[in-house]
Design a protein around this ligand. Sequence first.
Ligand SMILES: [Zn+2]
Length: 124
Amino acid sequence: MSMSAALRREVRGRANDCCEYCQLPQSRFRLVAFHVEHVIARQHGGSDDALNLCLACHWCNLFKGPNLSSLHDGQLVRLFSPREDEWKDHFQLIDGAIIGLTPIGIATVNLLNMNDPDRVELRS
Ligand SMILES: [Zn+2]
């Protein structure tokens, strides 16, 4: 990894130590550090620039992988981008569950498995 400690700190601070996809706070996990994740994966040409990085919990990081898009109602839609999109434009938090408000939000909730019961409980 070529990413510097300073760059990781910058990404963490910008995210207020919360997952930028599902908003879980790092403070709920003492033993597992959240990932500094590429919004556009390296294999698609994404850079190590802060503008292409976000903080992601281990679940969001795992399920997103290198994906950039998913299907919603048979249509290919891009995933939510923490760098280009406003979270509140695409998601709503209700009793710990994350509701997608747009095709982008719905596709991202589904692909990243955001409403796994364990994760809903952690957010409740
Ligand atoms: Zn997450």
